[in-house]
Design a protein around this ligand. Sequence first.
Ligand SMILES: [Zn+2]
Length: 228
Amino acid sequence: MRSPRGLLLALLLAAATLSYAADDLVVKRFVVNAGTAAEPFPVNSYLVCHRPSRSAVLIDPGADDERFAAVAGELGVQVRLVLNTHGHFDHVGGNRALRERFAARLAAPAGDRPLYEKSGNAAAVDTWFQDGQALDAGGFPVQVLATPGHTPGSSCFLIGGQLFSGDTLMAGGVGRVPEGKNEEKALKALARVIRRKLLALPAATVVWPGHGRPTTIGEEGLLNPFLN
Ligand SMILES: [Zn+2]
């Protein structure tokens, strides 16, 4: 039998999934330069727009890119929440400017707090989230799935049945783990977390990674060499 807590979690997850209709969400992917003109460093940033509430979240703004505001304006949505999958520089570069521009809240993984403190980015964070938390994105829920390995706090977001996987899972790859003598062990642990938490999602789940093209859970379960 399920524990009361397990049952509550299942109900919350069901509610989070059920509150979306098929065309409620619009996902816009931006390839943003988190580096310099001389040394470009492309990263995927996502604007996830929820039509019924006219709210949006901005995931991993690697830079202060003016296209975010332009597209949010075209779609008539207000960015209420800026989210980071993890604390690496290429995913957080636009945090401060965009939090201000949109008067949005900034949420980041609690497990990466030391990274933010080291880089001087911690003061701008409004919410440090944990595994399993449901964040309110201004009228629609974002479910946090902690997937530690690439960084201690690395997390994925489930929004209306679509997965935003940061540097945890990419088409044909997984994020790098810290180098050193424990590297192999860490990579195995990461693969275990991905299999247990992400590959358990429906095969048709669209995966939007931090780098490269989108994929699906089904495709990665079959073809990703790091998971097989
Ligand atoms: Zn990273």
